[in-house]
Write a protein that binds this ligand. Sequence first.
Ligand code: CMP
Length: 137
Amino acid sequence: MSSNSIERTLSIIKPDAIERQLETKIKKIFLDNKLNIVDSKKVQLSKKEAEEFYKVHQTKPFYEKLCSYLSSGPIIAMILDGENAIQRNRDLMGATDPENAKDGTIRKVYGISIDKNSVHGSDSLINAKAEIDFFFS
Ligand code: CMP
């Protein structure tokens, strides 16, 4: 596969960003950077659904807190598409911990902490497909 393939990825605007009414600002960042928003929906996951979504992290010490947090309020799940969408979305988001994220990235600008880091994005083709199916199948 070429390194410039059109991909789809899953993006989530997390509860901390929805609470601060950042939906429009964050969506504009994607659109301004040529990531199309193919579909978008606002949902609130149950704790069980959050555990299913984040099951790749189930052995991590922060799993319980992570799942409680994701299910603590409404979120927006989106399918983004564009050239190299998975990596480009991750570049726009910045490092997981906002303290370590580069200037200008979403997490640097809007993130509050490693838990309340405003956005999630798929990290690989295989996870993007599974995460899109989770919300949009
Ligand atoms: P996200 O990209 O949604 O993927 C898993 C989430 O776990 C991550 O963002 C963080 O919000 C959260 N998290 C909490 N603690 C940690 C940690 N020590 N390392 C990585 N992720 C963490």
